[in-house]
Ligand binder design. Sequence first.
Ligand code: SAH
Length: 250
Amino acid sequence: MSGRPVGPIAIVSALHDELRAIDAGLQGRSLQRRAGRDFHVGRLQGHDVLLVLSGIGKVAAATTATLALEVFGARALLFTGVAGGLAADAQVGDVVVARELLQHDMDASPLFPRYEVPLTGRSRFAADPLLADALVAAAGEVLSQPHPALQRFGIGRVRCHQGLVISGDRFVSTAAESAALRAALPEALAVEMEGAAVAQVCHDSGRPFGVLRTLSDRADDAAHVDFPRFTAEVAAEFSRDIVCAALRQL
Ligand code: SAH
């Protein structure tokens, strides 16, 4: 993060289960309500932070990010949550740190190239390298320890991946859909529903952002079965531990 840091760091998730563990550690909290969203202001790991649920999907996430940056003056934004694994080696329980994000359902062709956000000249939005580095380092620290909840799901060793994350307004829950995304975007590590929208908003506002996702499913026919229990029991704890470790480095 460059320049003089002012304003809180916004920590944003789509689902309550994803944010719950981080929220429990918030100190000196106060609450402000805007546009149907509860913004929890407080301190975490020595930083002023703002915790908020975005709701699901690109519009909800873009609205939340805009409020965090423009109303609450957030100096940076961290999005944390779950995603479906697309890359062959991206398994349930692994963590993905986005280096770049793209909207897989953006298609204004033939007026603009497939995936390009019209009038921006780009299809991929880069995460802040320093925030991504901090998240990767923090994930390395956290994942090197055995995690009791993983054992309950029969998951052994987990890894941290970094690279392209794709977003769209669709819960990808069939093997056919994920195969189509893999064929179209072979570099994509994971699919979710908010990250690229937040990326575009932060890019417009010139504010740094990072995206951290724990893989809750493989975006295939079993996606809906794996989802809710995993989010509450594993992903929320990874989010808390990795975000807190990253904040300590900033
Ligand atoms: N089961 C939830 C709905 C979850 S929607 C409920 O009933 O409330 C999926 C959320 O998890 C989104 O926020 C999205 O970002 C993420 N996600 C996880 N796996 C995904 C997948 N396979 N495809 C798309 N988004 C996914």
